[in-house]
Structure formats: C-alpha cells, structure tokens
Design a protein around this ligand. Structure first.
Ligand code: HEC
Length: 109
C-alpha cells in the first residue's frame, strides 16, 4: 500500500471514530433546555429567531432535508472557515450538537 493510501485510510478511520465515540451520550433535561435557548438566541442571531434565515441560511427542516446529520454535525462543531459560521466546539459537546440537530429536524416548536 502506498503512503498516500495509508494516510487516506488513517484519516478515514479517525473520522469514523470521531462520529461514533460519545456523540450519542445522554444529556440532561436542563442541558436540553439550555440548548434550545442557545439555538433560539445565539444561533438565532444569524439564522433568525425562527430559523428562517438571516445572515446565515434557513435552518428549517425543509431546507435541511437533503443534508446529512454528519454535515450539520461538522458545521456546528467546526464552523465553516471563510464564512461567518463560527465553530461551537468550545461551548458544545458532541452530544449537545446531536441534540441540536434533533431540534433542527423537528423544527421550531
Ligand atoms: C455569526 C453568525 C452565525 C452564528 C452565530 C451561527 N451561524 Fe450557523 N451559519 C452561519 C452562516 C453564514 C452559514 C453558512 C455558511 C456557508 O456559507 O456555507 C451557517 C451555516 C450553518 C449550518 C449549515 C447549513 C447548511 O445548509 O449547510 C448549520 C447546520 C448551522 N449554521 C448551524 C448553526 C447553529 C446550530 C448555531 C448555534 C449553535 C449557528 N449556526 C450559529 C452563520 C452563523
């Protein structure tokens, strides 16, 4: 196997474990409420209080329908370099990010 292939395989494996480890840990009811508040106020400052879009694009279920969880997960935790979308990994755990994705898929209540 060439070095390139080895590197490719290695980065694929670390990506896999990045997605599977601890990202589905349970989070408390209190944390769920905090996250729902954060989504409305912090994320809402760019994506709109009702998530219909503003500086950032709409995050309504209809708009996100074709986007896989993995893409949203990476975007939330790592941000989108070169765009105003900031990384949230200092504030949010992987479980938090998964919960937010669940909220986004349900749509604003
Ligand atoms: C400072 C403004 C800003 C804040 C705050 C912000 N975002 Fe974003 N977000 C953006 C922009 C701009 C984009 C579009 C990036 C691009 O051009 O690809 C984006 C993209 C996204 C996407 C990808 C959407 C898609 O269609 O691919 C998701 C998911 C997302 N943001 C979630 C969040 C969440 C969750 C929060 C709060 C934890 C948040 N954002 C806070 C500006 C922001």
């Amino acid at each position: 196997m060439s070095l390139n292939n080895k590197l490719l395989k290695l980065s694929f494996l670390s990506l896999l474990s990045f997605f599977s480890i601890s990202s589905f840990a349970e989070i408390s009811e209190q944390r769920k409420q905090e996250l729902s508040h954060l989504l409305k106020h912090d994320c809402g400052s760019c994506h709109g209080m009702t998530l219909k879009g503003g500086l950032g694009p709409s995050l309504l279920p209809e708009t996100l329908k074709l986007k896989p969880d993995e893409l949203l997960f990476i975007t939330i935790l790592e941000g989108r370099p070169g765009t105003p979308m900031p990384p949230w990994k200092a504030q949010l755990s992987e479980a938090d990010a998964n919960w937010i994705i669940k909220l986004l898929r349900q749509g604003p209540q």
